[in-house]
Design a protein around this ligand. Structure first.
Ligand SMILES: Cc1cc2nc3c(=O)[nH]c(=O)nc-3n(C[C@H](O)[C@H](O)[C@H](O)COP(=O)(O)O)c2cc1C
Length: 211
C-alpha cells in the first residue's frame, strides 16, 4: 500500500506522519511576552540536529484561523526560548500547557510550573523539568502559510542534580524518566532499553567471516 502525499490534505498527512515517526521527544517551550506574561506549550515536532553549533528545530503550526500561536509569535518577536524536557511527573502539567489559553493567561501558573531565571535568555526555565536548554533563534524557515520551522542555537543546558556524571558527561538513564509522544493523546515512557555494539568496518567483517 502506498500513500502518495500529493493526494492527501495536510490533516491526513499529519495522521500518517505523526503515527509512524514515534516516539517523538517533547519540547515544553517556555517564552515570555513583552508585557512579562509567562507562556509555556509543548511541541513534539522537535529534535536536536547538530552539536556544532548545538542546534534544535521546532515545527510550529498556525492556529486554524491562521493566527500565530503564542510561542510562535513571541519567538518571532524576541527570538529567545527555553526547551524543557518532559518527564512522567511533568506530563500532566505539559498537557495543561497545551490548552489554547488566551495570550494574557500565565501558563506557568496553569501548568503548576515554577519559573527559574535563565542565565542567557529572557524566558525562565521550568524548575520541575529534568533538563532545560536556553535557546536563541538562528533562523526561521517559513515553509508554508501555516508552518514555521524555528532553528535555534542551544546556548546552555541545565540538568537536575544527580542526572549526569560531571566528569564523564554520562547520563544516569535510570534517573531520566523522559516521556515520548506517540499519536494524538498517547504517550510512552522509555523502557526495555537495549544496546547495539558500534562496529569498526574491519571488526565487523572479521566477526561475520567476510574477511
Ligand atoms: C504533546 C503535544 C505536542 C504538540 N506538538 C506540537 C507541534 O509540534 N507543533 C505545533 O504547532 N503544535 C503542537 N502542539 C499543540 C500546541 O502545544 C498548542 O497549540 C498550544 O496551545 C500552543 O500554545 P501557545 O499558544 O501558548 O504557543 C502539541 C500539543 C501536544 C499536547
Amino acid at each position: 500500500m502506498e500513500f502518495d502525499f500529493s493526494k492527501y490534505n495536510p490533516k491526513e498527512r499529519y495522521k500518517l506522519l505523526s503515527s509512524t515517526v514515534i516516539p517523538r521527544p517533547i519540547a515544553l517551550v517556555s517564552t515570555v511576552d513583552e508585557d512579562g506574561t509567562l507562556n509555556a506549550a509543548p511541541f513534539s515536532f522537535f529534535n536536536v540536529f547538530a552539536e556544532d553549533p548545538a542546534t534544535c528545530v521546532l515545527g510550529l503550526a498556525r492556529r486554524d484561523d491562521g493566527t500565530y500561536n503564542d510561542t510562535c509569535r513571541i519567538i518571532r518577536e524576541g527570538g529567545e526560548f527555553v526547551i524543557n524536557m518532559v518527564d512522567m511527573d511533568l506530563a500532566e502539567g505539559m498537557n495543561i500547557a497545551a490548552i489554547d489559553f488566551a495570550p494574557e493567561v500565565d501558563e506557568f501558573e496553569m501548568g503548576g510550573f515554577t519559573p527559574v531565571a535563565s542565565r542567557l535568555v529572557k524566558p525562565p526555565r521550568i524548575a520541575e523539568s529534568p533538563v532545560s536548554f536556553e535557546c536563541r533563534r538562528t533562523v526561521t524557515l517559513q515553509l508554508s502559510a501555516s508552518r514555521d520551522l524555528v532553528v535555534g542555537e542551544i546556548l546552555t543546558m541545565h540538568v537536575r542534580d544527580g542526572l549526569f556524571d560531571p566528569e564523564k558527561l554520562y547520563l544516569d538513564q535510570s534517573q531520566y524518566d523522559v516521556v515520548g509522544r506517540l499519536y494524538a493523546d498517547q504517550y510512552a515512557p522509555l523502557k526495555d532499553i537495549f544496546k547495539l555494539k558500534r562496529w569498526q568496518p574491519d571488526e565487523w567483517l572479521k566477526a561475520e567471516g567476510k574477511k
